[in-house]
Write a protein that binds this ligand. Structure first.
Ligand SMILES: [Zn+2]
Length: 651
């Protein structure tokens, strides 16, 4: 733990010297008061990445990324806030004051640290054995060379060799002063009473790195043919190594995954190495375990797209299908590539150089639902019972997809592939989703089952429905602020009866939802829904989320709104021009939101007045009274909004 004073000191230093921090990674050139360069977060040929030393922030007008020096390091290096503070502290020679921990925290941390120091030592030992001992060179290095691995790849992944000896490593570690307790806890040594042995003896070693690049575990492949021993052996679970939470190669791949916005998922260690060697480094392996939710979330932190690469043998595929349902549920886009018969990712990558390999993948990968359908259809052939089961299975898969637009595309496709009418599929999907929601929420959905958007569309005068969305301009303006500045802090706001700091996005969400003021444009409503569902996800970045989303309609809307040209909006022309948008968020955001509300409430009031007239003519007293009450409420809201807006007079 770092104390707050230190954090503040580091933040202050970093803000003042942001160009120093960023120019370590980006070639910056001065332009006026700012600096510009090629954005490290997306591919571009003309610089749109801007650093403002005066404000201590950076912003890319191409991909929308932006923030302060700490955000930059976290994003670029894919490290935690605390690690970014540590790195910057070192850079600016600020002593990092670590907060005192309780004795329990201390001993836990000490254990973990001791284990990490030991695994680090072990990695060095194995590597040295591989490169420097005769046995290592002939057996271990010989093996890697036969597999065709180049030295740079062997070095990048820290490959090693554990000698064919009962306890050579254990003895060396003890001799160097490492404790037996940690040798046992990390699983490097097998300890029973007086018996001590090296777990990985006679194996080539694949160190497994944490996200931050520390060695946390090992995989070992046996080289002699021994029927009794497993071909691959992994470190056991420990305080530092949780195999369900880590992916092999993620440390070496993470930056490229971010850049490519896609992660390739292969099966084994050597598959990962071969891809790297072919020049394709956005690749990880789940190494020996079935894919877990935590692993998927790990990928989702870096990219919204996964391509799973299978070899032609169908045995492993069916087991993996379950894992894929999990991926869909996380809102990640899944594609599948089935390699030609007799090929595995390893052999395949060896035949193709980088560009060709990625081209092949993008040309041959298929949509997951189509893949699954084709696979199961083939199996069920003419058996009607199997076919019915298959349809159920696919429907369950489609039902977990969170994004309604993506889902509807799948429904269309499956309807074609399986020869089932779309309405039938929707009905069944709806049933499954409702059941799931009820289970999750533990209550019925009677209150929330009214379709989103119905609220306003039903009340808008008929004329304006036919002439399109009457609030198009205002809504677009609100959305532009949401997408562009959604992650920026706005100020204190009341949330469920409590004052707390909210972001621009949260403010917009709260304000629009509170009055049920949904858009007549379903696309806008979906943007709000998606934002609501995802904005509190870890590492959520609004611009990245919406520009990177698979739905073409939404991502192109997002890019339109985020484009710098658009900032010459009506707001700029009308409001104080001297202030830049970002500096005036606390003024502009409530303004555009309230303008939208003002216009909507006015239309609603007109609507109610018409209904009131009708109820009077029909002498429907009950409805008349209800409408009067509603109209009163709207009038109150109208007066309030008008007051907030200040310049308008009450009509
Ligand atoms: Zn960019």
């Amino acid at each position: 733990m770092i104390d707050k004073g230190t954090v503040d000191r580091v933040l202050e230093a970093a803000q003042g010297q942001i160009t120093d921090v960023i120019s370590e990674f980006v070639n910056l050139k001065r332009r006026g008061v700012n600096y510009i360069g090629l954005c490290p977060f997306h591919n571009e040929k003309t610089p749109s990445f801007t650093v403002s030393p005066a404000k201590g922030i950076y912003k890319c007008f191409g991909c929308g990324k932006g923030g302060n020096a700490v955000n930059f390091l976290m994003d670029h290096e894919q490290i935690s806030f605390v690690d970014a503070i540590r790195t910057l502290g070192k850079k600016f020679h600020i002593h990092i004051e670590e907060k005192e921990m309780t004795s329990e925290e201390l001993s836990q941390q000490n254990d973990r640290e001791s284990m990490l120091v030991l695994t680090g030592f072990a990695a060095g030992y194995f590597s040295k054995r591989l490169h420097e001992s005769d046995e290592g060179k002939s057996v271990g290095l010989g093996y890697f060379r036969r597999r065709g691995f180049r030295d740079d790849v062997i070095k990048n992944f820290g490959l090693g060799y554990s000698p064919e000896s009962k306890d050579a490593f254990t003895r060396e570690a003890l001799h160097q002063g490492y404790k037996l307790e940690f040798l046992e806890k990390t699983g490097l040594s097998v300890v029973r009473d007086d018996y001590r042995a090296d777990r990985f003896r006679g194996r080539v070693i694949f160190p497994i790195h944490s996200l931050a690049g520390k060695v946390i575990g090992f995989g070992g492949r046996i080289l002699r043919s021994d029927a009794k021993a497993a071909k691959y052996l992994n470190s056991p679970e420990s305080e530092i190594y949780h195999k369900s939470q880590i992916l092999y190669g993620i440390y070496q791949a993470k930056q490229e995954i971010v850049r490519q916005e896609r992660c390739y998922l292969v099966e084994g260690y050597t598959d990962v190495l071969s891809f790297h060697q072919a020049g394709v480094s956005n690749v990880v392996a789940s190494s020996g375990t079935a894919l877990t939710l935590n692993q998927i979330r790990l990928i989702a932190r870096f990219a919204p797209n996964i391509t799973i690469i299978f070899d032609g043998d169908t045995a492993g595929i069916k087991a993996a299908l379950r894992g894929i349902d999990l991926i869909l549920e996380e809102g990640i886009n899944v594609k599948v590539l089935l390699l030609p018969d007799g090929e595995d990712p390893d052999s395949f990558a060896k035949k193709m150089e980088g560009q060709k390999l990625t081209e092949y993948i993008s040309q041959h990968e298929t949509d997951f639902i189509r893949f699954k359908t084709a696979l199961l259809m083939q199996e069920s052939k003419d058996d009607p019972v199997l076919r019915a089961q298959l349809i159920q299975d696919i429907i369950r898969t489609m039902a977990v997809i969170p994004d309604p637009i993506v889902r509807s595309e799948y429904v269309k496709e499956c309807s074609n592939l399986m020869k089932v009418d779309e309405p039938v599929l929707y009905l069944e999907i709806g049933r499954i989703r409702r059941k799931k929601l009820e289970k999750e929420q533990g209550r019925t959905l009677s209150n929330t089952s009214s379709p989103a958007g119905g609220n306003l569309t039903g009340l808008t005068p008929a004329a304006s429905i036919t002439s399109g969305n009457p609030f198009e301009n205002e809504e677009r303006e609100v959305l532009r602020f949401l997408l562009k500045y959604g992650d920026y802090p706005l100020g204190e706001h009341e949330v469920e009866g409590e004052q707390r700091l909210v972001s621009v996005g949260e403010y917009i969400l709260i304000e629009l939802r509170q009055d049920g003021l949904l858009s007549a444009n379903p696309l806008y409503n979906r943007v709000m829904e998606l934002y609501e569902a995802h904005h509190s996800d870890e590492g959520f970045s609004i611009s990245r989320f919406f520009t990177g989303i698979a739905d073409a309609q939404i991502s192109s809307l997002a890019s339109d709104l985020l484009a710098p040209e658009y900032s010459l909006s009506r707001i700029h022309n009308r409001l104080v021009a001297v202030k830049t948008e970002k500096e005036g968020l606390d003024e502009f955001v409530p303004k555009v939101v309230n303008e939208l509300k003002w216009k909507k409430v006015r239309v609603l009031m007109e609507e109610k007045r018409q209904q009131l007239k009708k109820a009077e003519e029909e002498k429907n007293q009950e409805q008349f009274m209800a409408l009067v009450q509603e109209l009163n409420g709207l009038q109150q809201a109208f007066i309030h909004i008008s007051r907030v807006l200040g310049e308008r007079t009450v009509v």
